[in-house]
Design a protein around this ligand. Sequence first.
Ligand code: PMP
Length: 359
Amino acid sequence: MSRVYNFSAGPAVLPEEVLQQAADEMLDYQGSGMSVMEMSHRSKVYDSIIKTAEADLRELMNIPDNYKVLFLQGGASQQFAMIPMNLMKNKKAAYIVTGQWAKKAFQEAQIYGEAVKVASSEDETFSYIPDCSDLDIPEDADYVYICENNTIYGTKYRTLPNAKGHILVADVSSCFLSEPVDVSKYGIIYGGVQKNIGPAGVVIVIIREDLITEDTLPGTPTMLKYKTHADAESLYNTPPAYGIYICGKVFQWIKNMGGLEVMKQRNEEKAKILYDFLDESKMFQGTVRKEDRSLMNVPFVTGDKDLDAKFVKEAEAAGFVNLKGHRTVGGMRASIYNAMPREGVEKLVAFMKKFEEEN
Ligand code: PMP
């Protein structure tokens, strides 16, 4: 068996220990005589899997009792619609547009009401996070929406926007469980799990209980009401059962590593290795304003398209895969999620140094 260093933005690298455990349990999950894939989601065995997953997530993120944890489907993209359908009582919401995913959420919200763009960094290819300390947020906005870590552009909010008393809704798909967060500052904090937590197909929504109501926009389908899933504890219909099981294993892996403080420290150390090199390199440059750099997604360029392509090709041959940047930024992007070992980043930097010497 040979595993590569996988720098994919998502679906992405998962902890090897988790994959090994899942392999060991594939045919017979803990004496049940079947795979978790084959099991009823209403069985006792599965009930314990989903309940343990939720309890571990609550412990890791220190989720207050007045928040529900929902395991849903439809990708993070489905939340772009579910959020306005459930929260837009005044048919108005404020959006901060810091990348493609925030923009998609903003555009989707326009279907349901008035989505107001209160800040944007599109003028400079989303390479920074705008100053959000004193935004002009409409009084009657139902919520303020952000994408906290911008997967494509490699930016991250260092401080949350001043939402001026409005409900804050955050997409944390690409920074989920990468560092501690204060859940109580958000009305909704959500993300697809396929970057830092598990296989594609699961979306985790952490939502303050008072935001879960019957009072949704007219025509909201049953499956798109938070209340449906909250009342049924994520078992209204068949959930993405196997994916949730893997998420649960990743929660345990993070707990065993020491929790989110330790994750943060590890992630800061890993990112520093790469950013320090980018800052001193004569060939490679980071594309993001320094103070807004993400710990998870690191875009960089040489400034020469042909050289970028050569680098990506040679890196792949050397076992560093999925380094090609998003088409809107060009160049390269190294996604270094929780499960990317420090050694992977060190070896990548060594490879970059050698490439720089040779080219
Ligand atoms: N938000 C962010 C920050 C993302 O990175 C992505 C996917 N890469 C999405 C939303 C969309 O997620 P999905 O494909 O699960 O709909």
